[in-house]
Structure formats: structure tokens, C-alpha cells
Unconditional design. Sequence first.
Length: 433
Amino acid sequence: MDKVTMVSLGCPKNQIDAETMLGLLTERGYQITLQPEQADIIIVNTCAFIDQARQESITKILEMAEFKKSGKCRQLIVTGCLSQLHYQELARELPEVDAFLGTGSIEQISTVISSNKSVHQPPEHYRGCAETRRLFSTFPYGYLKIAEGCNHTCSYCIIPRLRGPLRSKDPGQIIAEAKKMAVEGIKEIVLIAQDTSQYGFDRTGKSELPGLLSALEQVEEIGWIRLLYCYPDHIGDDLIEIMAGARKLRCYLDIPIQHSHPDILYSMGRNPRATGGRPLIEKLRLRLPGIALRTTLIVGYPGETEEHFQHLLDFVRWAEFDQLGAFMYSKEDGTRAAKLPKQISSKTKARRYRLLMQAQQEVVRTRNLRLVGSRFQGLIDTVIDGRAVIRSYREAPEVDSVIFAQANGHQPGDFVNITCTGYQGYDLIGEIE
């Protein structure tokens, strides 16, 4: 039996693709190994979201190519977003690679390996049936992709070129997949898409996310449900009402706002009137007391003045996001923003990024101080040397801060009650009751 190793880079959506390919290969009799030096076949599942991710992908491909040159592996396969976007250039510049596989055809991984022929079809349809057979690489949480592709036309983003237009998965299949995940031991199901709040728009012209969440709430086997990537434009009263009465859905929203100033939002191609900002946050905090809010922001977008940036700083201090990720604008070929005048220097972008994160650190310090003495239900992700790494409803896996506590015999996957006793930087310190 041939041994296969998978090196997967990028976001949780890429991770699901990697897990799906591994599941399909296991069904065909391949053995999975975590050690590339022991593999007959190496698959590099690439990311191409920004230049830094592309460079990381190329570096990893070249690193894995050394195993082939030394004769330790027979085949090197490149999959994922970089393969979808730059197939021809990669094939020309990387003769060590035996075959390439695009993002819309991952179910053909066995065919690619057996034939050594690339499959680079555009992703025309998305049913996600193969995802029910994937091998989970995370525990006790797992990601469930409810849609593929994106219909937004943000000026800085190449995702529609990588993943195609929005195609929502059938709700019945999502429910069946969620139930299977829970039965197999996944305690927290994290729903993802490029924009989860736009789920169903391709079928009915409106968000079907509230109905999907109501159905998932009825699946007894499911423990926690969490939403990521909810664009603010489609967070309506019906979604808020579902969250208010939910038992399983965590009171947590990830809202990628990207900026606060109307001029920048307009240039980004995001509706400055419907993009959220203060009115949405005020409504969420009024209707859902205690809600945890996460956002992502971009600094150094073309044309961003000091006035625009100060507006963003003031907004961050006002909003008091529980979790915040920031990116320095990356000029991506083929996007409208790449052609805009008044590109910002790397030095200015770095300075603004530093100031933004300093402002968020002050916000987190204030919020964490308020949390001391609070009680949470938590899920243990890992236990290292008797110390548990725990997340409550306030923290999404892999991207947010965590809670540290002595495990006291508890194991990963256990739900525990925690009292917050302090904090260290972004992370909380607690005691398991």
C-alpha cells in the first residue's frame, strides 16, 4: 500500500478540502503518514489569498520536492488555490511536480495520482458529497462548509477567481453531515463559507441561514455550533432572533467589517450604508447581551489617509471587539484595488498596523479585567503537561485567545465549568469547577 502525506496550508476551507482528499484516498487503500520522509506520495494543498500565502506555498512545494529528488517519494501533487490560479505558470516553473488539481475537482484526487494527469476544471458545481467521507484533523471541533465560492466583488479580493461564484450546499446534506460529525465525536461544529450569512442567496435570493440554524438546533447529537465569516450586510433580525433563543449556537459572531470609513468602504466595493459599523454593533449588543464579537480589518488600503485611519482607530476603541484580526493591505494582481492610485508604502502600513493592534490590546485589557470572576462553560481543546487549553463561547478555534486552567484529570473534548481568575495578555486564566 502506498503511503500518502498531506501538507495543507491556508484557511479552514482549505483544511476541509485536505481532509476530504485524505478520506477518499483512505477508502482506496492508501495509508496516511504524517512524516513526508516516509511517504510515497506527497500532496501540497496550497493557499493563494495574499502574496505572503503564495510565497509560503511555493516554499513548501520546493521543500517537499527535495524528497522527490532524493528518491524518497514517487509523486508530488499540488492542489488548492495556488494550483487553481497559477496552474500554467507552476507547471512550467516546477517540473518536479507530477500533477496539479484545481479547487473544484478534489474528488478526483485518486484519478490524478493513478494517471499522473492534471485536472484543472473550473468549479461549476458544488454539492460537497465527498466531504461526508473526510478524515478529521481537528478535535474536539470540526469545520463544516455550507457553501462554496463568493458573489461579492470586493476590490481587493481574488477569492471569486479561486473558488468561483456562490453555490450553497443542500440543507439536508448539511444536517446529515453535522449529525455524522457529532456521532464521530466532534463536540463543536464550526459553520464556514466565504460568507455564511449569504447562504442560500444563489437559490432563493435571500439568506437561508436562519432556517438552517433552526434545523441544526434540533439535531440532538450536536453539542456546540459556531458561525464564522458573517458579512454584516445580511445580518438581519431573523438571524438575531435565532441566536437569542438558541441552545447550541454560541452567542458569537465573526463579522469581517474590513474598515469603518465610508470612503474606504465605497472604494472597497462594500456597501458603506449596510456594512454594519456602529448601528449593527449597537443592535447586537442590545438584543444579545454578552455576545462575543470578532472582526477583521485592513490597514493601508490605497487612498487611506491619516484621517481615514484615525476614524478606524476611534471605531476600534468604541466597538470594543472581543477578538480582532488585522491585515496590511496586499496588492493582488487582477484586482481593482491593485490599479488604484495612492498606494500606501510598506512603512506606513506597518506603522498603522502596529497602532491598530496597540489600540486593540488596550481594549482587550479593559474587557479581560471585567471578566475576572465570571463563569463560563468551556470546551477543552488540548491538555499539555496537566494544563488545559479551553475555549468558551467567546473564542473560536485556532484564531482567538484561549483560557488556561489546570486540567484536574479532564481530557480534550470534555465540557467543563470555569471561573475566570485573571488574564495574561490576550488569554484568560481560570479554574475548573
